[in-house]
Design a protein. Structure first.
Length: 308
């Protein structure tokens, strides 16, 4: 099968961990062996989040006042290279000699008129207390919003409309390479009025929505969204919470999920199923193989459900 596996940024950096390069490397080492086993039997494209990492780069970037801070599209490209390098190296360490791994910087087109530019919602960077968040927001002119028990910076997150550079991904897959692409949702670009010129914009695209679009354009057989929870839950955080097994997009109508976390994942999974008629899976990063075997996670498909 042709798979697109999306690794969550918070799955690669576990909750409560410091934003250190060593923690990122250790977590990637933990998943690389598992991804390599999957790659032995399937065509594989790996995407990844970058929320904690791009937020850290923005903080480090703002500490040097002699030049204007770099925009988020440039910082997003930096995280694609940084995380892609670590994934590429650790995957290559586990794959048979001669099996290629390639990391691609991926531009993703967005609509310059997307209302998201006026309503920041995408959390990035570290978690702060409310007092810390308010102080930093005032000093940096940032927007902040609640995220779990704390607060984080939020930025514009326009919807992806087109993944650029899909043909090189297809070529690499045809030559049995494992491809790492669309990291952090891809580098957001908009098309100028001439219809040809592209330029970067100060935003971060949701990686799950970009991954679903990439999977659709590649004709992938499965979209797998790997995160730090074992399934999609209804009534999360309450005494009546329950995990979903096999569901259809239609059966989730009327249910809402948190916009900063599970909401985009469910939107991406249901959208992929509706547009392709194929399956999408959401579950734990540690259970990718079990999800592919139908023994773990939440499976979205056009067929009937076993739980909803």
């Amino acid at each position: 099968m042709k798979l697109v596996i999306a690794l969550g940024g918070n799955a690669l950096l576990r909750r409560g961990q410091s934003l250190s390069a060593q923690h990122l490397l250790e977590n990637i080492q933990g998943v690389a062996a598992q991804l390599a086993r999957v790659a032995l039997h399937h065509e594989l494209v790996v995407t990844h989040g970058n929320g904690p990492q791009i937020g850290l780069l923005a903080l480090q970037n703002s500490a040097y006042a002699a030049v204007a801070p770099y925009p988020l599209d440039v910082l997003g490209a930096q995280t694609e290279g940084m995380i892609g390098y670590l994934l590429e190296q650790e995957l290559a360490n586990h794959l048979p000699p001669g099996r290629s791994v390639a990391t691609l910087l991926t531009r993703v087109e967005v609509d310059p008129a997307d209302p998201a530019f006026g309503q920041p919602t995408k959390p990035i960077g570290p978690v702060y207390t409310q007092e810390e968040a308010e102080r930093i927001a005032q000093a940096m002119h940032w927007h902040v919003a609640p995220d779990g028990a704390g607060f984080r910076r939020v930025v514009a997150s326009p919807l992806p409309t087109r993944v650029l550079g899909v043909d090189p991904v297809r070529w690499l897959l045809q030559h049995e390479a494992v491809v790492i692409a669309a990291g952090g949702g891809g580098i957001p670009v908009v098309r100028a009025a001439d219809g040809r010129t592209l330029q970067g914009v100060d935003a971060v695209i949701d990686k799950d929505l970009s991954s679903a679009l990439l999977a659709q354009e590649l004709g992938a057989d499965r979209l797998v969204i790997a995160t730090d929870v074992d399934a999609v839950y209804l009534d999360w955080g309450t005494a009546s919470q329950r995990a979903l097994g096999k569901v259809t997009p239609k059966e989730l109508l009327g249910h809402s999920f948190p916009g900063g976390s599970m909401g985009p994942k469910v939107q991406a999974a249901t959208g992929f199923v509706q547009k392709t008629g194929k399956k999408a899976l959401i579950g734990s990063l540690a259970g990718i193989e079990e999800m592919l075997a139908g023994r773990a996670g939440t499976e979205f498909s056009p067929q009937g459900s076993t739980a909803a």
